[in-house]
Design a protein around this ligand. Structure first.
Ligand SMILES: Nc1ncnc2c1ncn2[C@@H]1O[C@H](COP(=O)(O)OP(=O)(O)O)[C@@H](O)[C@H]1O
Ligand SMILES: [Mg+2]
Length: 348
């Protein structure tokens, strides 16, 4: 394990965290905070289907981790008052795995397929047919003697979730009647999420305290809930147990999450980029060595948020700091040719 892993601002959930998260999940569309467009559209889709007495169209939920895809899948089943079956792309290695699940669904059941972009090809093809015709062909035997036995499956609703909708093959994407794209939350929405979770966890929190946590949560509900728990720990041990603005600040300083939600790795990357490489361009590999991290960690953990903040640019010649990055580090923006091509560019 490297020094930056297990980050307090990672958007992925750890195993222990899943248990806590399930207690904090909104159960109905009304309880959901933010994502107003998705909530209105989905509400309509579900209501119309219920009034027709038929399962709704298949739903694709796409968006970055921690924004509420799993939560929405559970809400859909709950609103429809149908059972929910949960599986994921990586769990379905063979078409047979999928056939087994599909054939055991009850009528109208919601099948939640998380990380649907990671399903195997043969399973994907079986899924096309199941989604469209509520039928699968189970192949028995091998070679020229193989026969396909058609198997009827009861009408169901597939809810697929993906962080990479671009990786889904067109034919699969086309079979979803409704696609919801989840967006990052505004600070005011995260503030409400913190309030709601604090109530469920029985933690007293002031408006300013909730705002401070929301502002540092990278637009992500999961991170807001996690930072709230760290601040709660701090408030209970070092203070009177109430989460106020100053407790939130002190706690998050201790956990090295800054005003914008940048953590130690993010700042190390910016620091190396500006101070050691004059703002770049510098190759990913070089940058990773400079901060003592794996390339993948820098690329997948730190960079997306730095790009989103407008601090880092990925260019064909390498990574470059923007003027905003220099300012964030409290440094003067260099006036020389830092943003012009250099003879010494490091290519990846
Ligand atoms: N709109 C929301 N309102 C309140 N809490 C939310 C909302 N969206 C997500 N959460 C919380 O954030 C956490 C992560 O959500 P989850 O649905 O697991 O994200 P995803 O599946 O997209 O990674 C859950 O604990 C959930 O309670
Ligand atoms: Mg999820």
């Amino acid at each position: 394990m490297t020094q930056y892993e297990e980050g307090v601002v990672s958007a992925e959930a750890s195993d222990d965290e899943r248990v806590i998260e399930s207690a904090l999940r909104p159960r109905t569309l009304d309880e959901l905070i933010g994502q107003n467009r998705v909530r209105d559209q989905l509400g309509l889709v579900l209501e119309a289907a219920m009034s027709r007495g038929k399962p709704p169209d298949h739903v694709l939920l796409s968006g970055p981790p921690g924004l509420g895809k799993t939560t929405l899948a559970m809400i859909i089943a709950n609103e429809l008052a149908t059972p929910l079956r949960i599986t994921s792309g990586p769990a379905i290695q063979h078409a047979g795995d999928l056939a087994a699940i599909l054939s055991s669904l009850s009528e109208g059941e919601v099948l939640f397929l998380d990380e649907i972009h990671r399903m195997s090809r043969p399973a994907e093809e079986m899924l096309y047919m199941a989604m469209e015709d509520f039928r699968v062909d189970v192949v028995v035997g091998k070679g020229p003697g193989a026969t396909a036995i058609p198997l009827e499956i009861p009408p169901f609703t597939l809810v697929g979730a993906t962080t990479r909708s671009g990786l889904l093959p067109g034919p699969l994407r086309d079979r979803f009647g409704f696609t919801a794209h989840l967006d990052y939350y505004e600070t005011s929405e995260l503030q409400q999420i913190v309030h709601r979770s604090a109530k469920l966890l029985d933690v007293p929190v002031t408006d300013d305290g909730a705002h401070e946590i929301g502002a540092r949560s990278r637009g992500t509900a999961r991170i807001a809930n996690r930072l709230l728990r760290r601040v709660r720990d701090f408030a209970q041990v070092r203070s009177d147990g109430i989460v106020r603005e100053d407790t939130a600040r002190a706690a998050l300083a201790l956990f090295e999450v800054d005003e914008l939600g940048l953590d130690r790795l993010d700042r190390a990357v910016l620091d190396a980029l500006c101070k050691r490489f004059g703002g770049g361009p510098v190759g990913l590999g070089t940058l990773a060595v400079a901060v003592g991290e794996e390339r993948e960690t820098v690329e997948e953990v730190a960079e997306p948020f730095l790009v989103r903040c407008g601090y880092l640019q990925r260019t064909p010649r390498g990574r470059m700091a923007t003027p905003a990055a220099w300012k964030h580090l409290g440094l003067a923006v260099p006036v020389d040719a830092a943003y012009a091509p250099s003879l010494f560019d490091v290519e990846d």
